[in-house]
Ligand binder design. Sequence first.
Ligand code: PHE
Ligand code: NA
Length: 499
Amino acid sequence: SEENRDQWGSRFGFILAAIGSAVGLGNIWRFPYMTYENGGGAFLIPYFFALLTAGIPLLILEMGLGHKMRGSAPLSFRKIKEKYETLGWWSVLITFVVTVYYSVIVAWAINFMSYSFNQVWGATPNKFFFKEYLQMTSFWNIGGIRFNILAGLALVWGLNGFILYNGIKEGIEKAAKIFMPILALLVVLITIRGVTLPGAINGLNHFLKPDFSVLLNPNVWVSAYGQVFFTLSLGFGIMIAYASYLPKKEDVVNNAFITAFANSGFSFLAGLGIFGVLGYMAQAKGIPFKEVATDGIGLAFIAFPKAINMLPGMQGFFGFLFFLCLTIAGISSTMSLVESFSSSVIDKFQIKRKQAIALVCGLGFLASTIFATGMGLVVLDVVDHFILNYGLVIVGLIESIILGYFWDLSEIKDHVNQVSDFKVGNWWIIAIKYVTAIILGVMSVMKLKNELASLYNGYPLSAIITLGWGTVFGLVILAYVTKNISWNQEIKVDVLKEE
Ligand code: PHE
Ligand code: NA
């Protein structure tokens, strides 16, 4: 019954865990570069616009839904209408797949933490990363198993398992209380180091100098909305699950705003630090800034190692701090990913948390071993592209349509207003029904058009069909099948409906 549902020990613990989920690799390696590419400081206008008109409203929706329905995504959607349970499963199955490859990036960061001390990558970080470290092959050529990566993966899944095994209050909340202050400190240290390097000002100038002409470019606005969804961990069922563990009389609206703004703060600080370092590197090498500017895997595992080589003093230590920062940001995000899927399994099959966690983490580890092979990176690239651009965007779109048009959103509005200090008005309903739904609809069409025009990254059609579309549609089928398995305790579901 309800009394058995795990709960957060404090509001602060919940907020830290929600921020822990939100702050991830995206804040560190995606936001800064995206800002630079899309008009510098001027990008902050579409970014905050997207945050206020879609990100925060959807965050309130997901938190409000989980809080009211007291369940993971499949259970919460089922309580609205039985058939919507499929959407819940689709979303958390996507989450599981994301965890499987997100964990490998964290494993790399763990490896690179130790590589930093004596800069194992030598003078050629590029060659080191692809050839020596990943021993990268192409599609359908497995190559060898990389044991260092495997060890990193075992650590990531083991740590996740250990934390989640202990439950919400004793596990996630305790871990968040340790991780988040350390993460904040690391980001501040990296920022201070970054902005005080010679030449940093040149990097910061590229990061923030506004080019207002981009405001006329619709692609920039769509990118801003995309970044906001990803950065707030929306559509993954995470915020639904996390909020389902909040005590009944707990504020939702305030918590959503705090989470969103703290997440933006991390992004902004990380941007200063990273662009400071890149500016230094451009000056030290005497090359144009655009030759050092990069994002994603290339930034973390190639450009940063290069920068670390060139730092004036304490190179190894700075490298260690940077990869530790990625590791902690990554673990606090994978925790939430694993919890979203596990809580769904616990709700549906009524198995014990400890069994569910052992099962999910065991399976997850096994599945992630594919990414420790030579073709790990290309598989990761395709799966990530399709899952984020189609799976996730479509989940968000269907979520806003179902809840906005086939249900009465004022049920959530009334619920959150009852428990929160800040009340949401009709602007919130407009934001979900019109802004979110329309933008996500436009985004899907735009992406699909590109997709059909050419094969993603020039990969073979066989890979695009099986690993790309196959994953997206395979998960829909699996979601539907799972929905049709009967609930282990039908009565419990009915009782909880009377919220
Ligand atoms: N919000 C995270 C980021 O910005 C990404 C993420 C999404 C992490 C979903 C966990 C779950 O990096
Ligand atoms: Na984020």
